[in-house]
Design a protein around this ligand. Sequence first.
Ligand code: GRF
Length: 200
Amino acid sequence: MLKIAVLVSGGGTNLQAIIDAIEKKELTNTQIALVISNKKDAYALTRAAEHGIKSCCISPKDYADRADYDQAMIDAIRGSGAELVVLAGFLVVLSARFVDAFSHRIINIHPSLIPSFCGDGFYGLRVHEAALKRGVKITGATVHFVDSGTDTGPIIMQKAVEVQDGDTPEILQRRVMEQAEWKLLPAVIQAIADGRVPIG
Ligand code: GRF
């Protein structure tokens, strides 16, 4: 059984996709051991509670310095027994200390086909605004391992999505979520649970 910790900051639709896949038994041999949000009002925490999943808020604001925050995160994740850390819309930039603590055991979902529209400043709607501005006809989503850079770690899986005439950033964001993100993230977790994608 692969135990995972899911880190969130907002709405948590990707968390929901993982929960749904587990409940429908489309995602097997996987258990969400803990959900951690950096924001106490994140709707993702409500989603966890509604499904009886252990969750907590750990905010950098509540710690004297970054090292203390990192240690609290590391302790919570280790204490949960999670072997894999899943970033699902987690907007806190990770420190080298945190990444080293879970080397090759952290995955992130990014709403573009890396290496396009990624790196510093490319998050949320900004990614889709940039894709539309550049006029690409295909975009998509990427799940990758997290290293010390921003969106620079090894790519695990990608899924393409068509851009359509008349798309707004909001419409494109929704299509990328529906057609790519919500399928890709459970698929990658299944591949890891099955041992098809080795982790640290
Ligand atoms: C998603 O687009 C994800 O790719 C990005 O942040 C967004 C999070 O959405 N990293 P949600 O909180 O899962 O609904």
